[in-house]
Design a protein around this ligand. Structure first.
Ligand code: ADP
Length: 409
């Protein structure tokens, strides 16, 4: 069916007889918007209700009310499939079928484009399949943070992450420079979901000491996370490069920034689980921003059940290592190690010890010596963060108060 004949059939169709319907103005408006939508003949990915390769969990989160729908793409065995997802007695996902002559359909008529198929289903209010009874009532459009891949121009490579390279980039819309984390196309879907987890968590946060999310690009591969560009890069490299010039006041300032960011996260019930100098960024005037939320969880307590393979042992609290039990007080332990990294200007903790040796010795009561630049107050705070019993450690609120008063003294 061509576009023109679809529109004409649609307009003449008795089930769309305006006079017979209870809400004629709405229906006329919908027809007008349909004509506009179809007359532009734009590619599918420009449709506001097309969400690209947005993972299923995200899709389910977006479809809240009966009849909410969106269209997305999945890649199976290197083949792309277009899927219509609908909130209807739970969530239903329908793969768009292609006919031998290259048209698109579900159970009803075929159309030359996916847009026409979707609009037909939406406006006719006919069930997508007889069995599901699912009716498309309200298209769910892309959220503000779902950017198009074409909105971003990658410039230089500035880092290497777990999932792919990190670039300095420019947004076409406002020419602002941003940082973009890319996810290797060859990674399995499960990994891509993990990659996007960081975006999902960061999306809700707004604090000067937490790296800001600008958006995610999921319209096509490679999927990308767009963040504010923090010009100094990783705090660990910065400490090592500038060890000769950094003074105590500056180092305390860094600890205060990190404590402010962590206090905010704790107030939001977010456990970072990977706080370390390598995962902090340093910006203008040495401001520290907490980054790398790949392992974070939004829970008061998180029990690891999927193995502890990639755990940063030397940064992780004993109860997390021994029982997989994570709370914000584990982040407090890691914060103590971060303080050590800052005051030693980038030394590796427990130098000369293997991970398992460090773990053994901590269980036996060993704690690292004060780094050279640490004042007695700073070292006392580090030791408090390394109390074996989590309940004996200070919360970030208290830590921030202490460090802030040291920074101002
Ligand atoms: P992953 O979470 O995949 O391990 P990271 O967050 O550790 O990736 O990023 C890798 C490196 O990229 C960082 O060490 C840093 O040098 C650089 N980087 C990451 N995010 C930014 C950013 N927002 N601004 C500037 N550089 C960044």
């Amino acid at each position: 069916m061509s576009l023109a004949s679809f529109i004409s059939e649609f307009s003449n169709c008795s089930s769309f007889d305006f006079n017979a319907r209870p809400k004629p103005p709405i229906r006329r408006k919908r027809i007008r918007s349909l004509l506009m939508t179809l007359s532009t003949n734009r590619p599918l990915y420009e449709e506001e209700w097309f969400h690209g390769v947005l993972p299923r969990e995200e899709v389910v989160r977006l479809l809240k009310n009966e009849g909410d729908f969106l269209v997305r793409e999945t890649i199976r065995n290197d083949e792309s499939q277009i899927v219509l997802s609908v909130c209807w007695n739970g969530h239903k996902h329908f793969i768009v079928q292609t006919t031998i002559d290259g048209h698109y359909r579900f159970e009803g008529p075929a159309f030359p484009s996916i847009q026409e198929l979707i609009m037909h289903q939406h406006l006719s209010e006919l069930p997508v399949t007889g069995r599901s009874g699912a009716v498309l009532k309200r298209p769910v459009t892309r959220e503000i943070w779902e950017l198009s891949n074409d909105d971003v121009v990658l410039l230089d490579k500035i880092g290497r992450g777990n999932f792919g390279d990190v670039y300095k980039a420019r947004l076409k819309s406002n020419k602002n420079e941003v940082a973009v984390k890319t996810c290797r196309m060859t990674l399995p879907d499960e990994q891509k979901r993990k990659f996007l987890q960081e975006g999902r968590i960061l999306k809700q946060y707004d604090h000067p000491n937490i790296v800001k999310l600008i958006g995610i690009c999921v319209q096509k591969q490679p999927i990308m996370i767009v963040m504010e560009l923090v010009p100094g890069g990783s705090l660990l490299s910065f400490l090592r490069k500038n060890s000769a010039t950094l003074n105590t006041k500056q180092l305390i300032g860094m600890c205060r920034d990190a404590a402010a960011g962590m206090r905010y996260l704790e107030s939001k019930n977010c456990i970072h689980r990977d706080l370390a100098a390598r995962n902090c960024l340093i910006g203008y005037e040495n401001i520290v921003k907490i980054s790398d939320f790949g392992m974070s969880r939004e829970e008061e307590e998180y029990i690891v059940s999927d193995g502890m393979k990639q755990i940063p042992i030397k940064w992780t609290a004993p109860e997390a290592l021994n029982f997989g039990k994570y709370t914000s007080l584990c982040d407090v332990w890691s914060y103590g190690i971060l303080m050590f990294e800052i005051f030693s200007k980038g030394d590796t903790p427990y130098a000369g010890m293997s991970n398992s040796r460090a773990r053994e010795r901590i269980d036996a009561g060993y704690r690292m010596q004060a780094p050279e630049c640490a004042t007695p107050e700073i070292y006392r705070l580090m030791l408090k963060c390394w109390e074996y019993e989590p309940e004996s450690r200070p919360h970030f609120d208290e830590i921030h108060t202490i460090v802030d008063s040291l920074a101002n003294s």
